[in-house]
Design a protein around this ligand. Sequence first.
Ligand code: FCB
Length: 474
Amino acid sequence: MTTQETRTQTPDLLFPTGFAWGAATSAYQIEGAVSEDGRGRSIWDTFVRQPGRVLDGDDADVAVDHYHRYRADVRMMADLSLGAYRFSVSWPRVQPDGSGRINPRGLDFYRRLVDELLVRGIEPWVTLYHWDLPQPLEDAGGWPARDTAERFADYAAAVHDALGDRVRNWSTVNEPWCAAFLGYASGEHAPGRREPARAVQAAHHLLLAHGLATAAMRAQRPGSRIGGCVNLYAVSPQTSSAADLDAARRIDGLQNRFFLDALLRGEYPADVLEDLGEPGGFAREGDMEIISAPLDMLLINYYSRFTVSGVPGGAASAAAAPTDTGSPWVGSEHVSFAGAGLPVTAMGWEIDAGGLYEILLRLAREYPRVPLVVSENGAAFDDVADADGVVRDPGRRDYIEAHLRACHAAIRDGVPLEGYFAWSLMDNFEWAWGYGKRFGLVRVDYETQRRTPKESALWYAETIRRGGLIGPAE
Ligand code: FCB
């Protein structure tokens, strides 16, 4: 079949008009230029310099040089027919000390990026915090300190004030579970602390930051669409034993319900507070109302399913860090991540598109009336490039297709799902794994910074042009 025929072929699974077809990145993972135009330092700049924190000692000083190459990158997005692009704003680029003075040159970069996207007909989706906390705020206590949430609201208001006339879709904090529990309990991510009780405070303050920022932005411009962003997993017990059922309750509790109940019901689940050893709770009067102010949408990042056991000493977590860390599962450290024996990506994450369908249906049933967006979904594989940089990556293509099928089935079954963003637009700095894991639709040669769309990217572009998938539902 020629490309032309493929393009005009009517899809069997058509997505609704207005569905956002996108790809996602984050500032620290792609921008580089860490010392340019007045950018301050973030906790990740500090963390990558500490021996043993990141695989092979990689850092993101240059990353994929997006700060200088953004024009060509946006052109590439247009060539791939993307309708939407989700990126994050670097807090230390905009506000070098994390409080007070705003750096106009930092804001200018995002103004130029947004303008470039709009000229090419790509809808910008801005995330305000994707883990790059200004170092001075960490020095003052970091996310376990309540003041950090207040500082975030000021920063969010400054960015929203500058870009709100051109950007409609906003999200506050990306994956508060990771920022809190990988950052402050396991220490796998910056700032690398292993203080479980502090991690719980961090989680609360990240949610409070979301709520305070939402209120500040709404006061500025009621027309903006604002969402929270959570990473959710399907969770199953390994067996039906009482210990495994309890393990599944705990992991679902801390990973999913803790954040969903706070954002969408205004309370923390009582059983999770018990697990955390905080039966009385820790929120101050009024916090939960701030956190649960109505959302315009909920952004969901989905990668995998956890199959867990309550029997200690079972298999280690498939998502374990590349370097020595503690457990992120505060209060449930005994739980083991056994897996279900499904095929895995290069991260060791089991591939389970059915889990995405399950989560979307659950959200629509248990937390109704909030529009949903899949804001990250994708897979790392050990790509092999030919001499021209071309990558044949059927594994990534199959992964994305299976998850898009799950999205389509959910929409068919009544879920208000409004968009899908592949993670990631291009290969980039994968946190503690450095450049060792490639999630991109587009290959980046890290020596030359040359970008080459992989086969999965070309397939995704055709799918977008067609507005849906070829091949009937199962
Ligand atoms: C998510 C992060 C994103 C990327 C993917 C693989 O948890 O939000 O930055 O690391 O995982």
